[in-house]
Design a protein around this ligand. Sequence first.
Ligand SMILES: [Fe+2]
Length: 280
Amino acid sequence: MLPNLRKLARDNSVRRFLQNGALFFSTKQASMARESPHGHKVQALFDLCRQTFTPSGTPPLSSHSVQKLCSLLDTFGPADVGLSKDALEDDRGHGFFGLNQLVRVPRWAQPITYVDIHECESFTMCIFCFPSSAVIPLHDHPGMTVFSKVLYGSLHVKAYDWVEPARILNKSGPVRLAKLAVDNVLTAPCATSVLYPKTSGNLHCFTAITPCAVLDILSPPYNEDAGRRCTYYRDYPYFTFANKDEKSDEEENYAWLAETSTPADLYMWPGIYNGPAIQI
Ligand SMILES: [Fe+2]
């Protein structure tokens, strides 16, 4: 989802940290995965993703495939991916995944924790864990399908789709018209949300109403070389740039989006996956 974070995770020191963490947990959790129904559930999700997704994202997913994935994801709660009950009350965004000394941050900093469960050519499976009020700013998922399951807590989702054909104005830089697709608070337990390459809110912004966590599956993954770069946007109300004589009752359903650089205050750290090991 967030290339800067991936860059951070690929940095040697952090990679070593993540690998050590994964190694530690994989040894311990491999046996748990055989014994625990939770292990089977994460494994089942992984297996289904592997059967379903392709590196190119084509052909588009059938409604049957989407339904199957949603049905399985709908059954997921925090314990299934290794989040303990005590940890749900931790509002620091990182407490239950743990941080090593390299990435320890002050209490006030309120980072979002990003946990990679698995990444391959065809899909990314990961968890975002938010403290209250944390925000992932408006960003896109070019050519991608994303499944999001809120595991606990409440999350406000605001999402847009581009208006087609593209309507672009030049207002000290280009702005492009988008239509509001989602403006909802998701509170667990709730159904899985799905966004598609061109519909159902491909550009979205997350704001944590309470501490919360989201299990995400993205396919195909972000990949700049394949033209799937994550771009951030700022949204302007429709009336900001529209002609007065164009005013309509529907203007609140539209916004102009301007590309921005990666927000400097996007504060995110990698955490350790503490759930059942996946047999690849
Ligand atoms: Fe996203």
